[in-house]
Design a protein around this ligand. Structure first.
Ligand SMILES: Cc1ncc(COP(=O)(O)O)c(C=O)c1O
Length: 372
């Protein structure tokens, strides 16, 4: 892809394969359902999906039927689970593209049963064990299973739930969720259903909760080389995305000069000020204003003044070698230094998920294949 504006994200597909292998090592003897919703956590759903498909991943999970259709269009053959499954008008597409919905209401079962038209359709049943988001409440499970018996054209292929607190060291809530899930599973089996897949583990549970490795695991963040427990160095994950730019302006401003909207940052000394072509419209959060650092010439330099829609300013006074020709790293490595998604998240008072998913659609992704 041609990029005139020099702000780009590189995505190392080799790192994606490598991180899948790390996930397999962390959860031995488990099938893997790699979560590629939200445009592959900002990395590009089609490229990431194809890479994982070729690497033999057993399942991919998306939030939307549209995302599943995209994956089928680029040739993904593996099973695709649609987590969100707002079925509505999308049932025809769901069936046509061989996507497997996660279902949690009886009316969804009825609609899927009607859409089968002579086919045998499979779905996964989502149980609410404590996240209170999607999932059939435990008190309604019996009724739902009774209702399901009216639709022999539907196969209960999987049963799943989702941890609310898997990243917390305190295991009490996780243990409670796992207990409730096992109880629900027993109920499902008492009704005569025999799901092929049972699954509960997101990245944090893949990393640290082997009791929850019960056949299939569902990592997202780990696949992209990050983990919610920040142990990535110990376990050998490689972040797949780097975010780079090049300066568009470099000038010296006298002490006392106010910088950017609101003039809240005032140069305390004569300052070499660099302007970068990245702003909050690219997903570089305005909340980073005055907090974020970038790498230039292998050194850290601070973002000063308010981040604008398309631009931001950096104080490079202490990086005397910096020129307009230098590459600037917003996230990633340079000469042994690194700005991580965790750091950006801490500066912006958010989580690394939001940083990587937020890298804007006008930032072109360049695909490389480095990590082996
Ligand atoms: C239902 C479900 N499973 C798995 C995941 C993957 O979570 P993580 O990226 O923490 O591994 C998500 C992500 O939000 C999810 O919603």
């Amino acid at each position: 892809m041609m990029s005139i504006r020099p702000t780009i994200a590189t995505v190392d597909l080799g790192a994606i394969r490598h991180n899948l292998a790390v996930a397999r090592r962390l959860a031995p003897n488990q099938a893997i359902c790699a979560v590629v919703k939200a445009d592959g956590y900002g990395h590009g759903i089609n490229e990431v999906g194809m890479t994982l498909d070729r690497a033999g991943v057993e399942w991919l999970a998306v939030a939307l039927v549209e995302e599943g259709i995209n994956l089928r269009r680029v040739g993904v053959k593996t099973d695709i689970l649609v987590l969100g499954s707002a079925l509505g008008g999308t049932l025809y597409e769901l069936v046509t593209h061989n996507l497997t919905p996660a279902i949690y209401r009886l009316d969804q079962i009825e609609a899927l049963g009607m859409a089968a038209r002579g086919k045998q359709l499979k779905f996964h049943l989502k149980i609410d064990t404590g996240m209170a988001r999607l999932g059939v409440p435990l008190g309604e499970l019996n009724d739902l299973l009774e209702g399901l018996k009216r639709y022999p054209q539907l196969t209960l292929d999987g049963v799943m739930t989702h941890f609310a607190n898997a990243d917390l060291a305190d295991r009490e809530f996780n243990n409670a969720q796992l207990r409730l899930f096992n109880g629900a599973l027993a109920t499902v089996r008492e009704h005569g259903f025999k799901p092929t897949w049972v699954h509960i583990s997101n990245s944090a549970a893949v990393l640290s909760y082997p009791e929850a490795h019960i056949g299939l695991v569902r990592p997202g963040l780990v696949i992209y080389g990050l983990d919610p427990l920040e142990k990535r160095r110990e376990i050998g994950l490689v972040p797949a995305m780097s975010w780079l730019t090049r300066p568009v302006h470099l000038k010296t401003i006298p002490a006392g000069t106010r910088v950017s909207y609101g003039g809240r940052w005032v140069a305390q000394r004569e300052t070499r000020l660099m302007t970068l072509p990245v702003g909050y419209a690219d997903g570089y959060p305005r909340a980073l204003s005055g907090k974020a650092q970038v790498l230039i010439c292998g050194q850290r330099a601070k973002v000063v003044g308010n981040i604008c829609m398309d631009l931001c300013m950096v104080d490079v006074t202490d990086v005397p070698d910096a020129t307009l020709d230098d590459e600037v790293v917003l996230m990633g490595r340079q000469k042994g230094e690194e700005i991580t998604a965790y750091e950006l998240a801490a500066w912006a008072d958010t989580i690394p998920y939001e940083i990587i998913c937020g890298v804007g659609s006008r930032v072109p992704r360049y695909y490389i294949d480095h990590t082996t």
